[in-house]
Design a protein around this ligand. Structure first.
Ligand code: SF4
Length: 674
């Protein structure tokens, strides 16, 4: 099965064009940006206001929830007033869960209807039931009968449909046969697609959202592979659901959406943040621009043989354990290590002071990279005070002779990591530096490319006793390959050469798709690069070297690792973006709960706006805080509701009590910030 033309270049997947009103999605159209209103849909004034605000900041498609038939009827008025305000060209989408009657009403008024195949015709009861083949066929017929009227009406009216599958809300029937898996998500969507096709209807867009980027990435890849088998070419709507807010929400979205965009998948994107929807648009636009910048690359459309990674199942690449410093190693069962960069040897003291901040006590930088360009730099290293990191990485510039390095190292203290770039003609230099590393008890970090590995491999194999890290030499990056592809190619070349050295991911100005000096751009670049690789099982160390502030660079690296599920250093929050069903103020509630519980490393807390969808969508959270009724909260342990209808004023304390009861609470560590 193949899901993309190339894992090394961004070759856009060809799709048919789906017209959402005047806006074409897929085909030769640019990536479309979309978002969703969060007001009560029956509050027509507020919903029109929000739709206008979104359109004014560049949202090209606006989605509105229609939780019942009355709300769906309001879409008529909303459409008319939105058009009268000058936005007739911006299509509206009705978001439907559970109620086919609401969908049938909504399709009369708006350009697209989104249905969730997990609950359109199926009830979700979390019931375990055995389905015989005959039962299953009967269920499919029932599904056909329930969905066909909407398909036929959409075809008559020229509307589009989105089959919007969510990992957390698969039907019992699908769960019974496929489990809570990417395969279950895909099968769920295919059932609906086939019904659409049986009526000669092709204006369908697909999504496979999950709050876990790894699950989401695998589900989209699998969907495309299955569609390719069945000659289906429908466009994709990409999104990570319940991504949360702030830096974490942006990182998770960039990991999931960005890695698929790099693979050439995706035609419209929504970044779901637990913030006012207008803040989603700049993030979505930046991601789209980065991807579309790669589309312009002159990549061939002929399929490129993939690397050896199974793109549908996560497996961490096998490596030996390599010690970088006492009690600080990399390896298959160890978390990726975090490094940051000082601008120069002269900067080391300032960096050391910043990295010693109590803010970083739970998320310390473990390595500090410093460029070394001369004998004077080596001499200056001797005067540097003790550093609050486990090891120092000396980035040896290419012009430094091995003799100067040898003399410089003579006076330094281990542990060091010696980082140097090697091309295919640098075998003898590599031999010399490997020998120096072995003599000094240091690690050698080889920056190179896939193309150089056949020449350098035998040298490295002959020095198997030298602790080794491998990273990408950015100078060798050539268009149209992207950096994720270059790392994948490097890992594959190592595999072919029989080398298992751990891989160090470096986000630098040279690896960026677009070099912009904004924190958002740096965050997105690092998230796309590291997230794509980590979700493929590649990466044993990470440095984000585009951010000069070493404290921010450290925190960002930990947040990217957490977003990719590679290293958990704090509480994981799954917060829905809110919509017209939301029963409490999600933004302030999320912030408040984060303040109280943000120190619970490894605990996953879901904050969901409604009971209708919340419990399904909160997926694999340990604890859930879910709107049960206006002013009332239900608390969950896993998928089980354990406390109903608590007054909201009491709910935070009861949640903490519940976490304590289950032995997951620790007292926050007092932090004094100088
Ligand atoms: S869980 Fe949140 S986003 Fe999903 S339907 Fe409920 S309120 Fe809306």
């Amino acid at each position: 099965m193949s899901y993309c033309t190339s894992r090394f270049h961004t070759v856009r997947r060809p799709t048919l064009e789906v017209k959402v009103g005047a806006v074409g999605v897929g085909g030769a159209n640019p990536l479309r940006i979309q978002s969703m209103t969060t007001s009560d849909t029956q509050d027509v004034d507020a919903t029109v206001r929000q739709a206008i605000a979104l359109a004014e900041v560049g949202c090209e498609i606006v989605r509105i929830t229609a939780p019942n038939v009355q709300a769906a009827r309001c879409l008529k008025d909303i459409r008319a007033r939105f058009s009268a305000a000058g936005f007739s060209h911006v299509p509206l989408v009705a978001d439907i869960h559970f109620l086919p009657q609401a969908a049938m009403e909504a399709v009369e008024h708006v350009e697209k209807v989104r249905v969730n195949p997990g609950n359109y015709a199926d009830k979700k009861k979390f019931a375990v039931r055995e389905y015989s083949d005959a039962d299953y066929e009967r269920e499919l017929q029932r599904l056909h009968d329930a969905f066909s009227p909407l398909v036929k009406r959409a075809r008559e009216l020229g509307r589009a449909l989105r089959i919007g599958t969510n990992h957390g809300s698969l039907s019992d029937r699908i769960m019974n046969r496929y489990g809570d898996t990417p395969l279950g998500m895909v099968e769920s969507a295919l059932e609906f697609l086939r019904i659409g096709q049986s009526h000669g209807f092709d204006q369908m867009i697909l999504s496979m959202k999950a709050s876990n980027p790894k699950v989401m990435i695998q589900a989209y890849r699998l969907l495309v592979a299955r569609m390719n088998e069945e000659q289906m070419h429908y466009p994709l709507h990409l999104g990570v659901t319940e991504a949360g807010d702030g830096e974490d929400g942006r990182i998770k979205s960039a990991i999931g959406i960005g890695s698929l965009l790099l693979d050439g998948l995706g035609d419209t994107i929504r970044v779901s943040l637990t913030e006012d929807s207008v803040y989603e648009i700049p993030v979505a636009r930046a991601l789209a621009q980065k991807a579309m910048a790669l589309w312009s690359a002159d990549a061939a459309r002929t399929p490129v043989p993939p690397d050896a990674i199974d793109p549908y199942r996560y497996t961490k690449r096998e490596t030996p354990v390599v010690s970088l410093a006492p009690a600080c190693a990399v390896g298959p069962d160890l978390p990726p290590r975090v490094m940051v960069r000082a601008a120069s040897v002269a900067d080391l003291a300032a960096s050391a002071q910043a990295l010693g901040s109590p803010r970083l006590v739970d998320t310390p930088a473990e390595g500090l990279i410093v460029p070394v360009a001369s004998a004077a730099d080596f001499a200056a290293l001797h005067t540097v005070p003790a550093l609050p990191v486990r090891f120092l990485v000396l980035e040896l510039v290419a012009t430094l002779s091995p003799d100067v390095v040898a003399a410089g190292l003579a006076g330094t203290k281990a542990p060091l990591v010696l980082l140097h770039a090697f091309g295919q003609a640098d075998g003898s230099r590599l031999e010399r530096l490997a020998d120096l590393a072995r003599q000094g008890g240091h690690t050698l970090a080889v920056a190179t490319t896939a193309g150089a590995i056949p020449a350098l491999g035998p040298v490295l194999a002959a020095r198997a006793d030298v602790p080794l890290l491998i990273t990408l030499a950015e100078a060798a990056l050539t268009a149209p390959a992207h950096t994720v592809g270059a790392y994948r190619a490097l890992a594959d070349a190592l595999r072919v050469a029989g080398l298992r050295a751990p891989l160090w991911i470096r986000s630098t100005a040279g690896t960026a798709i677009q070099r912009e000096n904004t924190f958002l751009s740096k965050l997105l670049e690092a998230s796309i690069l590291a997230g794509s690789l980590l979700c493929d099982g590649l990466g044993d160390a990470l440095s984000i070297e585009t951010e000069a502030d070493v404290q921010r660079a450290t925190t960002l690296a930990y947040n990217v690792l957490q977003g990719a599920g590679a290293r958990i250093s704090k509480t994981e929050f799954v917060a829905c973006p809110s919509c017209g069903r939301t029963l409490f103020d999600l933004q302030t509630t999320t912030q408040r709960i984060r303040e109280k519980t943000g120190h619970l490393k490894g605990v996953k807390i879901a904050i969901m706006g409604c009971i209708v969808n919340g419990p399904g969508e909160m997926a694999d959270a340990d604890f859930g805080y879910v709107g049960g009724a206006p002013g009332k909260i239900n608390l969950y342990v896993g998928k089980t509701c354990v406390q109903y209808n608590l007054p909201q004023a009491e709910a935070d304390d009861r949640l903490i009590a519940l976490i304590k009861e289950h032995g997951r609470w620790v007292e926050p560590r007092p932090v004094t910030v100088a």
